[in-house]
Design a protein around this ligand. Sequence first.
Ligand code: ATP
Ligand code: MG
Ligand code: MG
Ligand code: MG
Length: 463
Amino acid sequence: RRSSVAALLASQELDREVLVKGWVRTRRGNKFVQFIAVNDGSTINSIQVVANAETFPEEKLKADGVENGAAVAIRGTLVASQGKGQTVEIQATDIEVYGSADTTTYPLQKKGHTLEFLREIAHLRPRTNTFGAVLRLRHALAFAVHQYFNDNGFFYVHTPIITGSDAEGAGQMFRVTTLPEQNPPLNEAGQVDYSQDFFGKATNLTVSGQLEGEIAAMALGKVYTFGPTFRAENSNTARHLAEFWMIEPEMAFFDLQDNMDLAEDFLKYLVRYALEKCQDDLKFLTEHYDKELLGRLQFVVENDFQRLTYTEAIEILKSAKQKFEFPVDWGTDLQSEHERYLVEKHFKKPVILTNYPKEVKSFYMKLDEDGRTVAAMDVLFPGIGEIIGGSQREENLEKLQQRMQEMHVPEEDLWWYLDLRRFGSAPHAGFGLGFERLVLFVTGMANIRDVIPFPRFPRSAEF
Ligand code: ATP
Ligand code: MG
Ligand code: MG
Ligand code: MG
């Protein structure tokens, strides 16, 4: 008997009794008629409820608490609407209030709060149009991730959240411990003795599921992880969170070329999916935040990404007229200002950069024949910079051990990783897509803290 607002707004079946439950977004009107906008989260649009003053005088509505934020059940007749921007409305016969919201203290009384203010009330911000849109898009994109991989023969594997290897994220790991804060056991060197900790060794929250993902790829062929990822990022940027979600496919018998093809096809699929399934939310975000959003999404879906090597990119950056804060030269890692110059100013399209100097990339990437670069790829997006980082992995045991030595990665931590090269090693490749960077791109929001329900960044764990 109960209908969602989305279903009612799409309904052709008029002059019937309906029941809808949701929250009051606005109430306005005069002494003859009152208009109540009700939203239930099923769509960004609210349905207009018309309350006739004979049955529902304004004083009674006020006394009952039919005000912004109140949770209500509305019974009435679904009728055609004269109002602009809506085809149907409900002529109310009964209004029940579950919980009212005090008009003097409810923070979402007035429209047009800043995003910064809304971050401070993360428990209420999902009730705004903006965050409703962001959360529905997050859902749609997460669903599309699983859909894409399932349709393409990938298996979803769960990699650990707590890990004992700290090979990758030197300095960026969150320690997991049950040792007492006061007077923890110390070893002979006077350092905390983690051999007495819960797992018998130091453990951390994962910074990437890749190494464990490779284990699964070496048995199931094509796999992906999609899980929470933790990095103690000490910089306060609009692109980094301390807790984010990462999508990491890993494929046996894929080389760098296959990896790039997959990344491009995958990203286009995800953006196309959002364009198809989230039209109302994208229209709202385009109108309110970023006039170019829809056009940009369409462009990404329809055009090939530009592919070039790091070395070629350095040449372009060195001859650029633009002054960069960080100078570039062969061998330096690119900063987001360089990435965005290539994407937004030079090529004016998404870019895939490959074959970075081995010094700026991780130990596990496959060494190129020149011995100087590795089979890395970064996908760079407008407004974002790096959205994907990936590579073909080094499958040769001796070369991998050599790289680990150069990068000071201790072999004892990764004996199991080396076993993958000892027994049935195969060429393989994969990448990591930061889910929030994807949501940032698709929603057109400017700050990554505004595309995750509970953003984690330095000094921010209120919720
Ligand atoms: P960046 O250069 O932006 O710091 P990264 O090279 O350190 O990124 P990778 O280790 O390559 O990141 O991780 C793969 C992907 O995860 C990145 O391309 C990005 O989309 C995402 N990512 C990395 N760090 C963060 C973070 N702190 N918050 C949100 N997403 C992140
Ligand atoms: Mg980083
Ligand atoms: Mg990077
Ligand atoms: Mg990277």
